[in-house]
Design a protein around this ligand. Structure first.
Ligand SMILES: Nc1ncnc2c1ncn2[C@@H]1O[C@H](COP(=O)(O)OP(=O)(O)OP(=O)(O)O)[C@@H](O)[C@H]1O
Length: 783
């Protein structure tokens, strides 16, 4: 039916359009004509009620020009009144006059016609209904219903009887109330409730009270039944309801397709209110609920290396250095008008303002000479310091201070950081804590010669995240080909680490596994993009907010998405052994993974061009350089020299675009990391590490040979467990049959080959293809 209506409305549209393509002037003229006609009708109708008897008795007045009529609009009024009221629709003919006036007003003021069409549609229906309704009272006054109303009413009564006719009329009235005025039982009860509150004292009629309580009971009953149903079900209901409703409305308002526009807005509203209701009933979704008692590590676990030290300013050293700088420059005939020193933890920055007319490049070229005269390594000249209008000379302090992780973690800057993935790298040259958001970087490349502080830097990054993010919010994928650096994090495997389903160790040390993991992350990335598309959001942050507000249905595959941070400790080693196989997925992830919350941190000892290839470099805007051995290496990593002049031991340069910032990396020692991971590891954990989607490499991988002889001894038991539970998950087998993960995984593969369970479906459990134990017996006995 809906389709039929649609096609008719389609056919009508061009004609209607042609009719309404009027110039502004035409609209004004036509509008005033209609308005005046409407007003004339109104006057005619009103006066008809007083004059109709007189005029009607003078039959033939229309033809006789000399015989005046009593109606205010004379013969015209008398005639139209007679036609529309007496022979037509009775009192309800006024609706017609109002509709014509309204049409005039709409044309005159050039309002949208969509609304007008609706007025006409419903107006005519109401007019007919009223005249038929007044047909019941036509005995009292024949003018009330008009001939049409009376006859129709009489006709209906002849066939349906009085009660039947009343029922039909009541039903039509309900149709009008529901479709046009959107009246629903809920609204009526809500209205009654408010009325009850307002005039509680005046509300004494017993009958009314009884009916009201009935309403209340109904409402309470529906609320209770809603509370008892699981949240998912309620969501489904909400999704369905508006669709049905809009269908009905579309049919009714079939005159034009515009009704759809209005309904769409309503549909959203309803989902909104439903999710609000869910949030009101169950609260926002809390991803941390499963580990709600999780305690973040305390600051006491970190050592305070600076205790009692502080930054001491060695006046003598400062004076000495200043004099040497001034002397060296004056040897080259460079005068200084001003000099200022900022003492940092490991280096002091001398900012000089050269006298007018000195070329900056001249000072820059004197780098080595100044270093020689100061007899110090690690002099770096910044000419000019961006945005300061001065030239900076960084000179290492004789007694560098360690920046302890404790001091940066405890700093208000880190504690109050409103960032997605805050990282406290260390302190700047002016002794300020430097905090950056990994989510904004969005990927970080780290290089530095051996022993210059890379591993400490990685630990500082991971520690920062451990101090700020709940295990539900962030997961690490750790790649450590050196096999020693990240081992400590094994203890927090079931809290913070993510791994491939069929692996035992979460920390990846084997190149082949790295390739599988990277490809698996690509699968996860694609899956997350699908979820984002489905949820109509642009990034993981918006997605998670929507999920927390219960606007996304977990039954549709939606889930809370934790950030995933991939850390690769020695990239050179990987790229040398696996080349393109590693480079391609890394480049893909780096290019696309930003919006869906996968962030990469890649560290390498050898920042040469064959390790940090163009494609990798282009996708890692944030870079950190510890001390490197040559200017070329420095250029490879930073696109700038400078890293070769660092002093090591955590002295680093950070860039996230153009500016280079010199930082002293925070120092966190292995025992401290061990304490933190022990502390977290000793708390209640998830049953397993966060599982990444399975990736089966083309060559080898899982074989799906259905070889009956090679089946596991517990194959049949496992099949029965899964068929009874109708859930194809390896962890279920592990629990029920007390198996290790690998063995359970192998059995699942064998079950898949035998056709008992379906293929791997990401994080969802596999489908069980055999419905009953009998069917299973039949399947296995026939093999
Ligand atoms: N931020 C820092 N503050 C003070 N000392 C540091 C800092 N970072 C590193 N060091 C010192 O330098 C040593 C080597 O650091 P680290 O192990 O991080 O180097 P690396 O670059 O990882 O070396 P490799 O590549 O050989 O693993 C540390 O044991 C420590 O003594």
């Amino acid at each position: 039916m809906a389709k039929k209506k649609k096609t008719t409305s389609k056919k009508k549209t061009p004609r209607t359009k042609r009719l309404f393509v009027l110039s502004k002037q035409q609209k004004v003229l036509l509008g005033s004509l209609f308005m005046l006609l409407g007003v004339m009708l109104l006057f005619s109708f009103i006066s008809y009620f007083f004059t109709w008897q007189a005029d009607q008795s003078e039959l033939g007045i229309l033809n006789n020009r000399d015989a005046p009529a009593e109606n205010w609009l004379n013969k015209f009024g008398s005639h139209v009144g007679n036609f529309f009221i007496y022979e037509g629709f009775g009192v309800s003919a006024f609706i017609l006059a109002v509709l014509i006036t309204l049409t005039g007003a709409y044309l005159f003021f050039d309002y949208a016609k969509k609304q007008l069409k609706r007025f006409w549609f419903w107006g005519i229906l109401v007019m007919i209904w009223l005249s038929v309704f007044f047909g019941f009272f036509s005995e009292t006054s024949s003018l009330l219903s008009g001939v049409i109303g009376y006859e129709t009413n009489d006709y209906l009564q002849d066939y349906l009887g009085l009660i039947g006719t009343i029922c039909v009329m009541v039903f039509l009235a309900i149709v009008y109330l529901v479709l046009r005025l959107n009246v629903t039982p809920d609204k009526v009860s809500a209205y009654f409730k408010s009325v009850k509150k307002d005039v509680a004292s005046d509300f004494s009629s017993e009958e009314d009270t009884v009916s009201q309580t009935d309403y209340e009971k109904d409402v309470v009953a529906t609320l209770v039944s809603e509370e008892n149903t699981p949240s998912e079900l309620t969501i489904e209901k909400t999704v369905e309801e508006p669709v049905l409703k809009s269908d009905v409305q579309e049919v009714i308002a079939s005159e034009d397709a515009v009704a759809m526009e209005v309904e769409q807005i309503k549909e959203e509203d309803e989902v909104d209110t439903m999710s609000k209701k869910l949030v009101e009933d169950f609260g926002q979704f809390d991803p941390t609920l499963e580990l709600s008692n999780f305690k973040f590590p305390s600051i006491e676990l970190l050592k305070d290396y600076t205790a009692g030290q502080g930054i001491t300013i060695n006046q003598e050293e400062l004076e000495e250095n200043k004099n040497r700088i001034v002397d060296t420059l004056s040897n080259y005939k460079i005068g200084i008008s001003n000099i200022k020193a900022t003492v940092g933890p490991t280096v002091t920055l001398y900012e000089i303002v050269p006298e007018a007319g000195i070329r900056i490049s001249k000072i820059k070229n004197l780098e080595d000479d100044i270093a020689l005269s100061l007899s110090a390594l690690g002099i770096r000249i910044i000419a000019p310091i961006p945005g300061r209008g001065t030239i900076g000379i960084e000179v290492p302090n004789k007694n560098p201070k360690i920046v302890s992780m404790r001091s940066v973690i405890a700093s208000p800057k880190f504690q109050n950081a409103e960032m997605e993935l805050p990282i406290a790298f260390g302190k700047t040259i002016s002794n300020e804590t430097f905090v950056a958001d990994l989510a904004k970087m969005p990927h970080l490349l780290m290089a530095g010669a051996t022993g210059q502080g890379k591993s400490v830097g990685l630990n500082a990054i991971l520690t920062s995240l451990l101090y700020k993010k709940h295990p539900a919010e962030v997961k690490f994928v750790l790649v450590d080909p050196k096999k020693v650096e990240l081992t400590l994090f094994n203890k927090i495997e079931r809290h913070y680490l993510a791994k491939l389903p069929d692996t035992e160790e979460a920390i990846i040390t084997d190149t082949n596994k790295v390739i599988n993991t990277l490809n698996s992350l690509c699968i996860e990335m694609d899956a997350r993009y699908d979820l984002l598309k489905d949820a109509m959001v642009r990034n993981i942050k918006e997605y998670n907010v929507k999920f927390k507000n219960r606007k996304l249905n977990p039954n549709d595959g939606h889930r809370f998405l934790p950030y995933i941070v991939l850390v690769i400790d020695e990239f050179a080693d990987l790229i040398m052994t696996a080349g393109k196989e590693v480079e391609t997925p890394i480049a893909r992830l780096a290019q696309l993974a930003r919006a869906i919350g996968i962030h990469l941190i890649v560290a390498t000892q050898r920042p040469s061009v064959n390790v940090i290839t163009g494609i990798i470099k282009a996708n890692f805007p944030a870079r950190i350089a510890f001390r490197v051995t040559s200017k070329i290496d420095s250029r490879t990593i930073l696109d700038n020299s400078g890293a070769d002049q660092l002093i090591g031991r955590g002295d680093m340069l950070y860039t996230q675009g153009n500016d280079l910032t010199r930082l002293q990396c925070a120092f966190v020692d292995t025992p401290e990391v061990a304490d933190i991971t022990d502390y977290i590891g000793s708390q209640k954990a998830y049953p397993d590490a966060h599982l990444l989607p399975e990736y089966v490499s083309e060559e080898g991988g899982t074989t799906l040979d259905n070889n009956v002889d090679e089946r596991d001894a517990l194959f049949r038991d496992a099949a029965e467990v899964l068929v009874i539970a109708q859930q194809g998950s390896a962890s279920l087998l592990q629990r029920k049959l007390k198996l290790g993960y690998n063995r359970a995984g192998r059995i699942i593969d064998q079950l898949e080959a035998a056709g008992v369970v379906g293929p791997f479906e990401g994080s969802k459990a596999r489908q069980v293809l055999v419905p009953t134990i009998e069917a299973l017996n039949q399947l296995l006995n026939n093999e």
